[in-house]
Design a protein. Structure first.
Length: 555
């Protein structure tokens, strides 16, 4: 009885109302005693935070052992990571306490819960949201919600007032509107339900509308189910349950269940001595928003990947912006005095020289993208699995790169420079990028040189790098920026074709370049210092397709 009282999960009045006992008439027998002694009461809710029926239904081992559910939860269940009621998702809570921990093995998960004295202590110390449909911040700001003290627990307050206030229904989620849910389902109003409880227990499964706007579209859910190979994603409840409530399908959990189970390269963990990575980023006219977003994703990678040593540096290709870059990024910014834009490949080579003062993995990343959680770890593990003999491409989000890669071997025709991983072993044999290519196609050239020496070209689907190029599809094709990009692409493609024996391709690109910038400017096209032997070049170079590889999306 003392344990129940001290837990904060036993409210005599709450239980008495639940089981229909008049406390004034039963004053001679403590309700705690009645609860412990009679199995008839074990399925009752003892407080807003503990539901005995839910606990027994989700833990059938307790039914056979004939143990009181709340007593078990207080002494064992919380520390084992068991949920006290339907509103609590313990993996979702773990993700907030320690990102990435929901994927840990059971014993490591339990270590996190053992840091606390119990459920109330954890909620007060961390202020975590109990599940995806209850957000503490949203509840605190809900109209009609009285001010709360630091000791108050939002979800407990919400349930104690049954989700209501004088103004109507209290809001508690950015995913759903409780006021809309109740007004759109008049039978629930008559049944006097707690809106959030009904939504989670029944409403989601019944397909009831819970917001005036479509916050999670049917098309998105259908596509997520297809891409993940998991039909549970076809409804909101399944989608949230299988993404730990985060709604994120990017990151290490992206590969299909088949891929995770069948491909050893996606299950491999790098040896402790092989967990060093250096990230190089080349800056040019980047906004503060892009810089802060990328830098935050890098710092998050360091925070969540215990045992992986991650360093990074930014090379400035536009010195005029140096003060602004340093203000945001600090002393990780480097540049060369008196040198303006030296080009993408040459700048990465400068960063590679800094990286490869020791044997570690170089990861090049575009500044207008960012790493999803676990991306860098996935690249390090994947590289170690292939014996540091692979040039690796991180899988792109939100739209995969259009070139084909084999879904089983993960081989690809060339590796995109948007986010790539180059191990020291390969760099020491082929070097970095060809510095005569200012921008575009330098990644194809590097890939072909890796293939020439017998190295692998791979895509790592467990490493997701967000690089949104969709604005290019709808942008102004006549804009100065787009025109400059087209000019660089044509120039890079021409150089590649001249170097690797694509004579017809080179001629076509030369003519296209002339039409774009004028024939008087053909001298701007760089010529290679040497041309590859045609016989050797044909072993790896393919100019028969527009993007040097088959496409995944069109013929």
């Amino acid at each position: 009885m003392a344990l129940l009282r001290e837990s904060g999960l036993f409210d005599a009045g709450y239980l008495a109302r639940a089981i229909g006992v008049d406390l004034t008439k039963a004053a001679s027998v403590p309700v705690e005693f009645m609860y412990l002694e009679s199995r008839d009461y074990w399925g009752a809710s003892t407080s807003a935070l503990f539901d005995g029926r839910y606990y027994l239904d989700t833990n059938p081992d307790l039914v056979a052992s004939d143990v009181n559910p709340l007593l078990h939860y207080v002494t064992h269940g919380f520390f084992e990571g068991r949920a006290p009621c339907v509103l609590f998702d313990m993996d979702y809570i773990l993700e907030q306490i320690q990102p990435g921990s929901s994927a840990w093995e059971l014993e490591r998960k339990r270590e996190q819960f053992r840091r606390f004295r119990g459920l109330r202590h954890m909620l007060q110390c961390t202020d975590v949201d109990p599940g995806p449909f209850f957000e503490n911040a949203v509840y605190r700001q809900s109209e009609g919600q009285p001010a709360m003290s630091s000791e108050d627990i939002p979800i407990e307050r919400y349930l104690n007032v049954r989700g209501r206030c004088e103004a109507g229904y209290l809001e508690c989620s950015s995913l759903a509107s409780m006021a809309y849910y109740m007004s759109n389902n008049l039978d629930l109003e008559q049944a006097n339900v707690v809106p959030l409880l009904h939504l989670i227990q029944y409403g989601l499964t019944e397909g009831r509308r819970f917001a005036p706007d479509e916050r999670v579209s049917v098309a998105f859910l259908r596509n997520s189910a297809h891409l993940s190979g998991n039909d549970a994603f076809r409804n909101v409840k399944g989608f949230l349950a299988h993404t730990r409530g985060t709604g994120r399908i990017a990151g290490p959990a992206w590969p299909t269940p088949y891929a995770r189970d069948s491909l050893p390269s996606l299950r491999h963990r790098a040896h402790e001595r092989r967990r060093d990575a250096f990230v190089g980023v080349v800056l040019y006219n980047n906004s503060e928003e892009e810089l802060r977003r990328l830098d935050a994703s890098l710092r998050n990678e360091v925070r969540i990947n215990d045992g992986y040593r991650i360093d990074w540096m930014y090379y400035v290709n536009d010195p005029d912006n140096l003060p602004r870059y340093r203000k945001v990024l600090g002393d990780r910014v480097v540049f060369d005095e008196g040198r303006a834009n030296i080009g993408f490949g040459r700048a990465h080579n400068e960063l590679m020289a800094r990286c490869f003062d020791t044997d570690r993995l170089y990861i090049g990343a575009n500044p207008d993208g960012y790493f999803t959680p676990g991306c860098i770890k996935a690249l390090v593990d994947f590289s170690d699995f292939h014996g540091d003999q692979a040039l690796i491409e991180a899988s792109a989000a939100p739209i995969d790169h259009p070139k084909w890669h084999d879904p089983v071997t993960l081989d690809t025709a060339w590796v995109s420079g948007a986010c790539f991983a180059l191990p020291y072993k390969l760099w020491s044999q082929v070097g970095g990028f060809d510095e005569k290519i200012h921008m575009y196609c330098e990644d194809v050239d590097l890939s072909w040189r890796v293939r020439l020496i017998g190295g692998y070209l791979k895509v790592c689907p467990a490493a997701r790098f967000v690089h949104d190029v969709t604005p290019r599809f709808i942008g102004d094709k006549a804009s100065t920026t787009e025109r400059s990009r087209q000019q660089s692409m044509l120039a890079g493609g021409y150089y590649l074709a001249r170097k690797w024996g694509g004579d017809e391709q080179a001629q076509r690109l030369r003519e296209e370049f002339g039409r774009l910038v004028g024939r008087d400017n053909l001298h701007l096209l760089e010529e290679p210092v040497f041309e590859m032997d045609r016989k050797i070049a044909r072993k790896v170079a393919d100019f028969s397709l527009p993007r040097f590889a088959p496409s995944r999306f069109w013929n």
